[in-house]
Design a binder for this molecule. Structure first.
Ligand SMILES: Cc1ncc(COP(=O)(O)O)c(C=O)c1O
Length: 444
């Protein structure tokens, strides 16, 4: 890995620049360096847009969850919409978010991550969902040329944030080995990157997009041990846990861990800062409300409260200077839902529905007759699963599926196809994999 990430221009950006330079050279000359690097990636959003038009049969591209032809939603969030006090909707919210919401989310973190008990960590600060949390984390901790280490199965938007915007270098290591998380590969990549740098940013996303994998407890312990060893070796580590799909654990095959890495990493070593990003978007099925959180877990327990206060002041400055504050209405709705006595049952019901889909996907995708078409990557959680297709290029297959079969899936790599079972009903799963198999055999 070299410093090339900063200097090499994405071909789509280069083409936009060229067109602008010939259409309006004066305007092109006005662009900032970031303005020149910017482009709209041909990633999930553009593939989804194509699918919206053409996937008349199944559309398993989008990162939301659907049910009965509409978005999945929780009555606890939806029902107060008509009876809200104007004061809970229209005024500006504080820069760090509504205090009641922040305290409730902190309570939720403690309930769902018992290892946090007795540890010193910050009060979650409200963000415009996780994408904004990622952007705040990079504003606080990433300089141009910094290295951000993450597994090679990743959410494509990380590149926009860390590489295109901040000019950092993304370094990856293979996500899977021996049917599970590649612990040795992670430790090795960490040690190698740590030899070259005094500071590293590590980004781990579990349950993972695109694979739907959540590590086992032993794997999680291995990850924590590798990070501790690197912190002890003297590397300053900012470890970002992107917990977008937290809580959606189905334990397919065997039990996965059910806690965020943030819990084990908080208070672990002075050289390690844990940063938790999560939100109502996926966990409470409220994608468009844009309500998320950034929470800090410093390594030095004795001064953690002071450190969190300072980081909060800096984060508030970044929010104020960036988007000013986050929607009061969205925060009120999430705060109310967190108070609802029905919320746990409602979430449980949706989780059971997604689990039933995941179980059916696991059965069907692994049928022996499909072995000639793909290998299934391990998955046990979240919204998605991935297959590695055989003998055909993923992008070519994606387009063929859309054009010839009206089926929308996402190509996430040269031979990887992502299936969002979050937007498939159980009875759509068998025919979807059958048509995927048929399409592959048409192309090989
Ligand atoms: C891994 C991951 N992180 C973050 C996000 C962004 O979530 P939000 O809608 O909360 O910004 C997504 C959304 O697709 C995701 O898959």
């Amino acid at each position: 890995m070299t410093g090339s990430a900063q200097t090499s221009l994405n071909p789509i950006a280069a083409e936009l620049n060229q067109r602008l330079e010939s259409a309006a050279p004066e305007l092109f000359a006005m662009l900032s360096a970031y303005g020149r690097r910017l482009y709209f990636p041909k990633g999930i959003l553009s593939q989804s847009a194509e699918a919206k038009e053409k996937a008349h049969r199944f559309n398993a591209t989008i990162g939301i969850a659907t049910q009965g032809g509409g978005p999945m939603y929780l009555p606890s969030l939806h029902s107060p919409l008509a009876e809200l006090e104007p004061a809970d909707a229209y005024p500006y919210a504080p820069a760090a978010g509504r205090p009641g919401l922040r305290e409730r989310w902190r309570g939720k973190l403690l309930r769902e991550n018992p290892s946090l008990e007795g540890k010193h960590f910050g009060v979650p600060i409200v963000t415009a969902a996780i994408t904004h949390g990622l952007s705040l984390a990079s504003e606080l901790f990433v300089d141009p040329g910094d290295r951000v280490l993450m597994p090679d199965k990743l959410w494509g938007n990380y590149r926009m944030n860390f590489e295109v915007h901040r000019g950092a270098e993304i370094g990856t290591f293979p996500f899977f080995a021996a049917g599970g998380f590649n612990g040795p590969g992670f430790a090795q990549a960490l040690a190698e990157a740590g030899r070259e740098r005094e500071k590293l940013i590590v980004l781990l996303n579990f349950p993972n997009n695109p694979t739907g994998y959540m590590p086992t407890e032993a794997e999680a312990e291995g990850i924590v041990a590798a990070l501790l060893a690197q912190a002890e070796a003297g590397t300053r580590l900012v470890v970002i846990a992107d917990d977008a799909y937290f809580g959606l654990f189905y334990h397919l095959g065997s039990r996965s861990s059910t806690q965020s890495l943030f819990a084990a990493l908080t208070g672990l070593h002075p050289n390690l800062l844990a940063v938790k990003l999560d939100g109502a978007t996926k966990e409470l099925f409220a994608w468009g409300l844009r309500c998320g959180f950034i929470t800090f877990g410093p390594g030095r327990g004795e001064t953690a409260d002071e450190a969190c206060e300072i980081l909060e002041a800096k984060t508030k400055g970044a929010i104020r200077g960036g988007v000013s504050n986050i929607s009061q209405l969205s925060q009120t709705l999430v705060e109310r839902a967190l108070d609802s006595p029905d919320l746990d049952a409602e979430r449980g019901e949706k989780q059971a529905e997604l689990c039933a889909r995941a179980e059916r996907v696991a059965e069907v995708a692994a049928l022996p007759r499909y072995a000639e078409s793909w290998d299934v990557y391990p998955f046990n959680s979240g919204y998605f699963m991935c297959v590695r297709v055989k003998g055909v290029e993923a992008e070519k297959l994606r387009v063929h599926l859309l054009e010839q079969h009206g089926v929308g899936l996402i190509a996430t790599g040269a031979s990887d196809i992502r299936v969002a079972f979050s937007c498939l009903e159980v009875d759509q799963i068998d025919p979807l994999f059958e048509v995927l198999h048929q399409a592959i055999q048409e192309l090989v």
